[in-house]
Design a protein. Structure first.
Length: 167
């Protein structure tokens, strides 16, 4: 079963984020607290949304998908960015990942989102193969750019003193 996450799922989502970070060999980078997740998902102005995959027999949370809207200047329409998709190892192969993606695709269709996009680590061949089986197009010509830490602070220090309407 796939359902919309509720505030009662924050602890489970937090745990699965850590499990995902461990799988991606980057557990030290997963610093989001439960309070931050609660605010981001269920605060006055949500930054993101989540779906939960539950085991049909036990109702235990076995996976999640966390996403947020995007906007394309080329199409003039909104789209969806999938930030995280995770299914616990013991539940893999039972269709939960596909069900989460299908639910998100249906949400895109209902909302008129023309693009549904996400990133996948280049070394994660089993996941890449799974995505390809669904007809996903891999955009090899694009490179992800990230600015963080001191380089972010350095660039921010070069901003004009008054930036109107940027907040």
């Amino acid at each position: 079963m796939i359902r919309t996450a509720t505030v009662d799922d924050v602890a489970e989502i937090s745990a699965m984020i850590r499990e995902l970070a461990d799988y991606e060999r980057a557990v030290e980078q997963a610093r989001a607290t439960r309070e931050q997740l609660r605010e981001a998902l269920f605060g006055e102005h949500p930054a993101a949304y989540a779906l939960i995959a539950q085991d049909d027999d036990t109702a235990a949370a076995v996976g999640f998908a966390l996403w947020f809207p995007r906007f394309s200047t080329w199409t003039g329409t909104r789209g969806m960015h999938l930030e995280d998709l995770f299914v616990r190892p013991g539940a893999r192969g039972a269709g939960h990942g596909k069900a989460l993606l299908a639910a998100l695709a249906a949400l895109c269709e209902r909302r008129g989102y023309e693009r549904f996009e996400w990133w996948v680590l280049a070394w994660n061949e089993p996941t890449i193969d799974f995505y390809k089986s669904l007809g996903v197009e891999l955009l090899d010509e694009w490179t992800v750019c990230r600015l963080t830490g001191e380089p972010l602070k350095s660039l921010a220090a070069q901003a004009p003193s008054v930036v109107h309407g940027a907040d």
